[in-house]
Design a protein around this ligand. Structure first.
Ligand code: GLN
Length: 546
């Protein structure tokens, strides 16, 4: 029997529910259990694919090509599993399905209502994740208790306890204990109110995880246990940390996984967190600092680059280096401002993106990296930018661009594939999810991967235009990764440069703290090499994996 852990949030949003769920997943996996995780998002969009990064942060792409919430990235990184499209459910998807069924006549003329039709559809999507190899499904409900939008989801998880039994379900509620500096106390009242709100809709939490910036003493735990009617050992403080990878250890030390295993009647094989403890120890004591310039148009909102940021940190851990990310606004570079920022870094990353805004600034960054021989990693759009820059140089022309930004440009070095054009004109979609890539021997890419063929996750419409391959090759560009039929350039790199490489896919979605992605690892090694003087004077001053 698959067990379910439901995680809700209270008091305020953005207190780390996704990381908490991911950390609980890690703890259960470290006990030898089969774990999967799911995010229920109460917004009405069908998926976050079309939402602005300002609204939503990064769009995380799964191997089966779903555009999902960035919390799935946390789950994959912490639990070290590959999730799929069923692991993110939105109100939009649920209503879309129920309305389609109604139009088909599946409900035989009944009145369609939130309860039971919408809640049944939600429960169906949760239960879909229960398979033989899955001992525990951890379900995170987005938003905070009290939001109108999340009510159907909360009602669905309330019913789940009735459906599958109390012994097979746990409700975890994550809250915040605010600190009042005038009196120097942590307050439990918002937690009490939030639990009251949950109870009003029929959910009594079994565990309360309390985020706090300050230590939580026994009296506070007792008070929460009493007022919220949970066991004292089920009140779990989660103190703010400088590095999210510490969270599983904090929860384990508080006994949360032991409590869950007992409460759910799961076999207790003990826990092996040695790898994880080693990882956290390594992060705390780096021997080097590597400064990486991340050039993007959403740099004010770091969540927009969540997986890129984490992948850099993972590669830093493998290279014994703290990563100091310099966030560089591409629109500044475009206007000729802040160019000096590019001189202050050991490596430059241009991440993925859509739309023309900020592109010329990214081209400035690619040119700077090429001319000054600074290690460069281009991710999807970052590869396209590297190609546009080199082609402008090769053709000594400004009439070079991606057809995305200028459909009638004279030299569309980045373009739709001919067989794709008809589809896109009809409003077709993107190349999404896993596609194979074969390495060209003797290249940086082949060396980094150490294997001949890989599968990587994609999310883009445009490709390198094969008509320009020769012109680019004459300027020193090497096509080091190709689709098996050789029609699509998947990786391009520069010879006569210490390390300049762009990939058409998104390696950031598959990097894990204990298994950094090979391209990120090689890039950080090159950046470390680029500035040997980056050797640490004060190892404590930079902290990775914030
Ligand atoms: N906008 C580009 C394309 O659609 C790149 C997409 C991306 O970086 N994910 O091809």
């Amino acid at each position: 029997m698959t067990k379910y852990i439901f995680c809700t949030g209270g008091v305020v949003s953005s207190i780390g529910k996704g990381v908490t769920v991911a950390a609980i997943g890690r703890l259960l996996k470290s006990r030898g259990l089969g774990v999967t995780a799911q995010k229920l998002d109460p917004y009405i969009n069908v998926d976050p694919g079309t939402m602005s990064p300002y609204q939503h942060g990064e769009v995380f792409v799964t191997q089966d090509g779903a555009e999902t919430d960035l919390d799935l990235g946390h789950y994959e990184r912490f639990i070290d599993i590959d999730l799929g499209q069923h692991c993110n459910v939105t109100t939009g998807q649920v209503y879309e399905e129920v309305i389609a069924k109604e139009r088909r006549g599946d409900y035989l003329g009944r009145t369609i209502q939130v309860i039971p039709h919408i809640t049944n559809e939600i429960k169906y999507r949760i239960a879909q994740l229960a398979r033989d190899e899955v001992d525990v499904v951890i379900v995170e409900i987005g938003g905070t208790v009290g939001d109108i939008e999340s009510l159907p989801f909360l009602e669905a998880i309330r019913q789940m306890r009735k459906d599958v039994g109390r012994e097979n379900t746990v409700y975890i509620h994550l809250t915040l204990l605010p600190y009042i500096s005038a009196t120097g106390e942590l307050k439990t009242k918002p937690t009490q109110h939030s639990v009251k709100e949950l109870r009003a809709i029929g959910i009594q939490p079994d565990v309360i995880v309390c985020r706090s910036d300050y230590p939580v003493d026994d009296d506070i735990k007792e008070k929460i246990a009493l007022f919220c009617d949970v066991d004292k050992q089920a009140v779990v403080p989660l103190i703010t940390v400088d590095n999210i990878y510490k969270v599983p250890l904090i929860l384990a030390d508080a006994g949360l996984d032991a409590f869950l295993v007992e409460r759910l009647g799961l076999p207790d094989h003990g826990s092996d967190l040695n790898d994880w403890r080693e990882l956290v120890a390594k992060i705390a004591d780096p021997q080097h600092t590597v400064r990486i310039g991340l050039v993007g148009k959403y740099v004010q909102l770091k969540d927009a680059y969540m997986s890129v940021k984490e992948s850099l940190y993972h590669a830093g851990i493998a290279n014994d280096a703290a990563i100091d990310i310099h966030w560089i606004n591409s629109e500044d570079l475009e206007k000729g401002r802040n160019i000096e920022a590019l001189a202050e870094v050991d490596g430059i990353v241009v991440p993925g993106g859509f739309g023309y805004r900020g592109i010329e600034g990214k081209i400035v960054a690619a040119r700077y990296a090429r001319e000054h021989k600074i290690p460069y990693l281009g991710l999807c759009l970052g590869m396209q930018v590297m190609v546009i820059e080199l082609a402008r140089h090769a053709l000594q022309s400004d009439e070079v661009n991606s057809a995305e930004f200028d459909p009638h440009v004279r030299h569309p070095v980045i373009d739709l594939m001919p067989d794709q054009q008809a589809v896109v004109n009809m409003g077709g979609t993107m190349r999404l999810g896993l596609y194979p890539c074969c390495m060209t021997p003797g290249t940086l890419a082949a060396e980094a991967y150490g294997v001949e063929r890989v599968q990587e996750r994609h999310r883009h419409r445009f490709e390198l235009n094969n008509a320009y391959r020769d012109i680019l090759a004459r300027q020193g560009m090497v096509f080091s990764g190709l689709s098996p039929d050789r029609r699509l350039v998947e990786i391009a790199e520069m010879d006569d440069h210490p390390w300049m490489l762009g990939c058409q896919f998104h390696p950031e979605f598959t990097s894990r703290p204990t298994r950094p992605h090979p391209l990120f690892k090689a890039f950080i090694a090159a950046a470390r090499e680029h500035n040997r003087s980056g050797s640490r004077e004060d190892p404590q001053s930079q902290k990775p994996a914030k």
